[in-house]
Design a protein around this ligand. Structure first.
Ligand SMILES: [Zn+2]
Ligand SMILES: [Zn+2]
Length: 254
């Protein structure tokens, strides 16, 4: 299994960056996890859009779903495919209507349904996507969101925390994972203010990864306004394992 970070920006894109997008490959099978703004342009730098076999969303926030429209356009029209394959687009409960409303509101009609076979997953059950098996845990965020534990039959595994505040459900889902990819949208920390928690600081991500027994922590969804060294230092205070910052178009073997 291989991971390519397509985009790691939070809601405000990095200079030259793309929002959430992660390409997980198992052999020839390609699963795109999240499809935020800028992801399609980045994908085209290294892969054929028609080779994407399935798409998975953790939650329907714009910075995770915005580029479904250009991806849908490419699949349904832009690539000149004679009969679009309509790859499955796996979305959380209730998100299919949200995405179709979004498409219609922006003048793109039924493009989401034209380009994808949209299916809502049952987060209480393991989901088989091609050769991969995905398990879910609901995590605290500003809309309902599900962390995803993605496993290949050969033992490869990636756990993705989606967007979330500190929580125990993700610790359980990611128990002993070789690779835990967590957002650090709130920067190095410490957390300030009293608002409802829907994101992690780098320090909290480190603590969560340590509690889970993760071997590697990959920090993502952080802004280029934060000092990378400060992010790593903050995460290191709570985490003893291998620690990395996600970079766009970086590859990881899982
Ligand atoms: Zn979000
Ligand atoms: Zn986000």
């Amino acid at each position: 299994m291989e991971l390519t970070v397509v985009g790691k920006s939070p809601a405000m894109p990095d200079a030259g960056g793309a929002q959430s997008g992660y390409l997980v490959a198992d052999g020839a099978f390609k699963l795109l996890v999240e499809c935020g703004g800028g992801v399609v342009a980045k994908l085209r730098q290294f892969t054929d859009l028609a080779s994407i076999d399935a798409v998975l969303l953790s939650h329907p926030h714009a910075d995770h779903a915005m580029d479904l429209l250009p991806l849908g356009f490419a699949l349904a029209h832009g690539l000149g495919l004679a009969s679009p394959a309509r790859p499955p687009l796996w979305v959380p409960p209730g998100a299919a209507a949200v995405l179709n409303d979004f498409s219609r509101a922006l003048g793109m009609g039924s493009q989401i349904d034209d380009a994808f076979t949209v299916r809502e997953y049952d987060p209480n059950l393991p989901l088989r996507i091609g050769p991969l098996t995905v398990s879910f845990a609901e995590v605290p965020h500003y809309v309902r969101a599900w962390a995803c534990d993605i496993r290949a039959d050969d033992g490869g595994r990636l756990t993705f925390g989606a967007d979330c505040g500190p929580n125990g459900a993700l610790v359980e889902l990611s128990r002993d994972t070789p690779m835990l990819m967590l957002e650090a949208t709130e920067g190095p920390g410490p957390h300030r203010g009293q608002h409802v928690r829907g994101h992690l600081t780098a320090a909290e991500a480190g603590e969560l990864a340590q509690a889970a027994g993760a071997r590697t922590l990959l920090l993502t969804h952080y802004s280029d306004l934060h000092d990378p060294r400060a992010l790593l230092t903050a995460a290191r205070t709570g985490f003893a394992g291998r620690l990395e910052l996600a970079g766009e178009l970086q590859h990881y073997r899982l």
